[in-house]
Design a protein around this ligand. Structure first.
Ligand SMILES: Nc1ncnc2c1ncn2[C@@H]1O[C@H](COP(=O)(O)OP(=O)(O)O)[C@@H](O)[C@H]1O
Ligand SMILES: [Mg+2]
Length: 322
């Protein structure tokens, strides 16, 4: 109950947008006099999937550990789900898959999940626990001892443990490092289903292809600093269209130029497509070119890959400061 004279303030607070799933500012950490993390700030919105990318040693794991209150930052602040990082109440609503972990090898997968359910202070029916294992592809292995699991199976179990308490935020540190392509696709589906249910995900990976398919936004770390961040569309820039055309007439050339900036190399034309293309631009263009008697030999969509962009950003950083 809120006293009447406090109601305006309570209403104001209730009308505020929900706190982000992750908020951090100015995070710094030095190990042996060297910056592992140097002034890192970013956010993950509720229900958003954000990828933390970067080469080995960039500081990804250290950032995640500072967010979770497992490593004390030299400076900076972090909040999870509106609570201070490390606050047990906020932490209870976060699922975490660490980069390196080992479960008690004498326990079965079912027992590991049950143990973590108890540690999280929740209770689940046997059915829910079995469903949790089935979701990560361990449905048939519930009764097998973890000591006999491959690294990939342990990673699947780690994912089941991270999801056991129906978290609002899931933090996955290299969730697919030990997995085969099928396992990677499974993790991708799990992340997408979390996103559908409004669960925020912070995913740390050096496997760029995986990130490219699931993330709304990425934060690229390089030697402890944020080298770039933004939505994939922002980072990857515009889409392009490559066309192989012959029999081009002046009216056809101006029709092409209407679509976007055109670059020509012999019979190949590259057209920069506007960002707000709603899918009709290319078929309309091809129809009009054909109507203008242009011979259309090839129409190829082109887009720079995240991997190529990431390499460009990291190489530019090497050439710059230092
Ligand atoms: N506990 C630690 N003691 C000393 N150095 C560390 C420790 N943890 C991380 N580092 C160093 O900090 C840097 C960033 O490491 P890390 O966060 O694990 O990077 P990433 O996860 O991006 O591979 C590396 O140079 C690593 O050697
Ligand atoms: Mg790491």
């Amino acid at each position: 109950m809120v006293a009447d004279h406090l109601r305006p303030a309570a209403d104001l607070v209730a009308a505020l947008p929900p706190s982000p799933a992750v908020w951090c500012t100015g995070l710094r950490k030095r190990y042996r006099g060297r910056h592992a993390v140097d002034d890192v700030s970013f956010q993950v919105g509720r229900g958003e999937v954000v990828g933390l990318l970067g080469p080995n040693g960039a500081g990804k794991t250290t950032v995640i550990k500072m967010l979770l209150g497992l490593v004390h930052p030299d400076s900076g602040e972090a909040m999870l789900l509106g609570g201070r990082s490390g606050d047990p109440a906020a932490r209870a609503r976060v699922g975490y898959l660490p980069e390196l972990f080992r479960y008690q090898p004498w326990l079965t997968a079912y027992e590991v999940l049950t143990l973590h359910m108890r540690l999280a202070g929740i209770s689940l029916t046997e059915r829910d626990r079995r469903d949790g294992l089935a979701r990560v592809g361990l449905g048939e292995r519930a009764g097998d001892r973890v000591g006999g699991f491959s690294k990939g199976m342990q990673q699947r179990l780690g994912l089941a443990v991270a999801l056991v308490a129906a978290p609002e935020l899931v933090v996955l540190d290299e969730p697919t490092s030990a997995l085969d392509p099928v396992g990677r696709a499974d993790v991708r589906d799990i992340v997408l289903s979390l996103k559908e249910r409004g669960v925020a995900v912070l995913l740390n990976s050096h496997l760029i292809g995986e990130v490219e398919r699931v993330c709304d936004r990425v934060v690229i770390l390089d030697r402890g600093r944020v080298a770039a961040s933004g939505s994939l569309a922002e980072l990857l820039g515009q889409r392009e269209l490559r066309l192989h055309l012959t029999g081009l007439t002046p009216p056809a050339e101006s029709r092409l130029a209407e679509t976007g900036v055109v670059e020509r190399e012999g019979d190949w034309f590259t057209v920069a497509l506007p960002a707000d293309d709603d899918g009709v631009l290319v078929p309309d263009l091809v129809r009009d070119l054909a109507a203008l008697d242009v011979r259309v030999h090839a129409v190829e969509p082109a887009r720079i890959s995240l991997e190529a962009r990431l390499l460009g950003i990291l190489r530019a950083g090497e050439g710059g400061a230092q």
